[in-house]
Design a protein around this ligand. Sequence first.
Ligand SMILES: [Zn+2]
Length: 343
Amino acid sequence: MMRNFDQYTKKRLNHYYELLRQKAERIRDHRVNSIYQAYPEIKELENKKIQAGIGQIRNKINGFVEKNTLDLAEIDQELIKMLNLHNIPLNYMEPDYNCKICQDRGWVGNNYCSCVDRVLIEINQQDNLYLPVPGQTFANFDLSVFSTQKNPVFFQGQLSPQEAMRGLRTIAKRYVDKFRDNPENLYLFGTTGTGKTFLMSCIANALSNKGVNLVFIKAVKLFELMAQRRILLNSFSPDPEEQDLVNRKFDLINKTGLLCIDDIGLEAKGLLNTYSDLIVLLDDRYNANLPVIMTSNLKPSELAEDYDERIQSRITGNYQLLMFEGPDIRTRTAKGKMEQDAD
Ligand SMILES: [Zn+2]
């Protein structure tokens, strides 16, 4: 049975396999180079082998054997002897593919290889790491869960929670509509359970549906990645594969059309260097006119105390600030489900 995937999945699969093959080939190149460096005689024999092959073809075309044609079989034998002597496998030039069946092509004949299922799981995991929860959309944004009762702890009794959320939703929708022409930075702040993450997810899902490339990442994950990147940068001989992976992830975050950072809190307080890394990231994106949306339970003024003044000055200078008030206690039960989903 021929399997079929949608265009997006096909593209992702192709890209994934291409990277796998490139990786296997890079490792191969590295291995071959080190063998040649250690045993130049092997490289010389390989060169002779190529010349002999060319000679053979030339002889075939000319119809006679030139005097100085190298004997291919003889060179081959000598090469094998040399490889055995140094315990080098005869197929040392073959890349070590992940999947021996399809050689990381994903195809066998004209059908998908059995390794496709495993790759699909991995691709989905990668996606989920950087995408908002799919169900958190404007269509699922239920205003009726917010109380219509005005209450002194909520915007000094000026607005009911529902009116406040309606206002925030309007701003969020307008943000989506104006995104192409005027991509702005947003800072959504307020106590836990007020729907900040939910609203940011609504924006992200709406823009993702419009084809905007975006990364949606928990602040903790981002800080972990930045710390890992720093360790690799400072390490004497970093694992090139690991470094490559971390750099690629960071590059994706740095250059994506919209970066959504969820829950900037105090989690990264121990990792002091990551603050300067965050500042560099924010500045890079600001200079490239690439927007950022952040959610946090810290007020902008608290950012300076608990985080870093340089971060606070950037947020207050370059971000539109959206305040979420604490939930009305009387509506907590009704809002329970949304809170769980949201924050
Ligand atoms: Zn395969």
